[in-house]
Write a protein that binds this ligand. Structure first.
Ligand code: SF4
Length: 453
């Protein structure tokens, strides 16, 4: 096997767990190394990821048409009602707009679209070029909001300003402007908001039902299957439950500061973390022991159905090795536990946006010999997949070709998937997908590169 090295300048973002006392932190939360083909996306992409699922608003990308290529089609978020989010609008800035400014074009586009589609709100995303030419999108939004009577929210997401993570913050900032503008009348004391669940394949509906079975009212889901009116009254909930902590913790913190709503971090992937997500919410309402009883009932009913099914997959998958490279580190923790429950070990674990605490926890929970990477790239991932003889790669759409070119199984655990992987039913789907991919007969014809099967 040909030796593949690590790019110069990335050494501190790669760590291999090798016994002994290891105190130094893995380098993270830094700019990507130029030319490394980082899998991270830009600020605009980050903000779009968070706001996009709000289905009764229009989303306008103020910039050249290329930025708007990032549409619903490559990141579906399903809605139970309106589907305005599926339309991808752009001001399509051209050379003359760059010279003379794009404010007029944005104003006219907004007026026309609001008149035609009658949305509940409009989100306007700044892109790189808008940051460079200095369009005052705040002023345009203010003017259009006054003329049309709906919230018109600027999202300062110029791509060059940072990473996807900065886009999350820009999106949370826009959401904070909406929260607190609706009535909280009639909201139960036993209520929550679900933060960081984007309903890509109907997961928000699954999770919502579990909480409802416990007698909890879900005031809003931010932002999966999102509605502007629900966002406006989100400050009436008693607790914020944050999944995808990388994207939504800043919103939870802001809501805690402004409205005194506490928050907890949860994960809906795998039996262990899904059950804990229900118990942790129940623990928040100690004066209502019936909520904990109901949570136990939900877990017991669901696990009873799921457990025997998982044993079938476990029999075939025991001893197989997985590599994980996903957006947020919190998901990596859950995946490690979920894979262990079906007999698999993890030989490579990494994330695009993890912080020092995340990587410390990852070091603790990983097995000896596991490689941990921050903000990795295809060459590096290939190197460790080959060296550690992984049988499966779990990642997003950008990682899929790496797995197939190396002749190993792949599971899409990112935002492009169409099958729900959250909740108890999601754990079944996950195990089935892993089983089908790792054990596929196709590997007889496309054998693994650089290793033995
Ligand atoms: S980096 Fe800039 S130009 Fe590229 S997609 Fe993001 S906002 Fe658009």
């Amino acid at each position: 096997m040909e030796h593949i090295g690590i790019l110069e300048g990335r050494e501190k973002q790669v760590f291999e767990k090798k016994g002994g006392i290891e105190t130094s932190d893995i380098a993270c939360e830094t700019s990507s190394l130029s030319g490394s083909v980082s899998q991270r996306a830009c600020v605009f992409c980050g903000s779009r990821v968070v706001l996009y699922p709000v289905a009764d608003a229009i989303h306008i990308v103020h910039g050249p048409i290329g930025c708007a290529a990032y549409t619903w089609d490559i990141r579906g978020a399903v809605s139970s009602g309106p589907e305005l989010h599926r339309l991808s609008f752009s001001t399509d800035l051209q050379e003359m707009d760059v010279i003379y400014g794009g404010e007029k074009k944005l104003y006219l586009s907004l007026i026309e679209l609001i008149e035609q589609y009658k949305p509940k709100a409009a989100f306007i995303y700044s892109t790189c070029i808008v940051g460079l030419i200095g369009d005052d999108i705040d002023a345009v939004c203010k003017k259009v909001a006054a003329e049309t009577g709906i919230p018109v929210l600027p999202v300062h997401s110029e791509g060059f300003k940072g990473t996807k993570k900065d886009g999350y913050k820009a999106a949370c900032f826009a959401l904070m402007k909406l929260i607190g503008t609706g009535s909280t009348e009639g909201i139960s004391k036993q209520s929550i908001n679900i933060l960081g669940e984007f309903n890509l394949a109907g997961e928000a509906w699954i999770i919502r039902k579990y909480y409802e079975r416990m007698g909890i009212e879900v005031v809003s889901t931010l932002t999966g299957d999102g509605r502007i009116d629900a966002v406006k009254r989100a400050h009436g909930a008693s607790l914020n439950v944050v999944q995808c902590s990388g994207s939504m913790t800043s919103l939870a913190k802001d809501m805690e500061e402004k409205y005194g709503i506490p928050y907890i971090r949860v994960s809906y992937f795998g039996i262990e973390d899904m059950s804990k997500s229900l118990y942790d919410v129940a623990l928040h309402f100690p004066e209502h022991p019936e909520i904990m009883e109901a949570a136990k009932q939900v877990v017991s009913e669901e696990v009873k159905k799921l457990y025997p099914e998982l044993q079938k997959f476990k029999k075939a998958l025991t001893g197989k090795k997985a590599a994980i490279y996903v957006g947020g580190a919190f998901k990596t923790f859950s995946l490690i536990k979920a894979l262990r429950s079906i007999g698999m070990s993890v030989v490579l674990a990494g994330s695009q946006t993890g912080n020092k605490d995340d990587y410390r926890r990852l070091k603790e929970m990983c097995d000896e010999g596991t490689v941990i990477v921050d903000d990795s790239n295809p060459v590096e991932l290939s190197k460790f997949i080959l060296e550690k003889e992984a049988d499966l790669l779990i990642g997003g759409v950008k990682e899929r070709p790496i797995a197939f070119k190396l002749g190993i199984g792949f599971c899409d655990h990112n935002h492009e998937r169409k099958i729900p992987l959250a909740g108890f039913v999601g754990m079944y789907n996950f195990a089935l997908e892993v089983y089908q991919s790792v054990m596929s007969p196709v590997w007889q014809f496309a054998p693994r590169k650089g290793g033995n099967r």
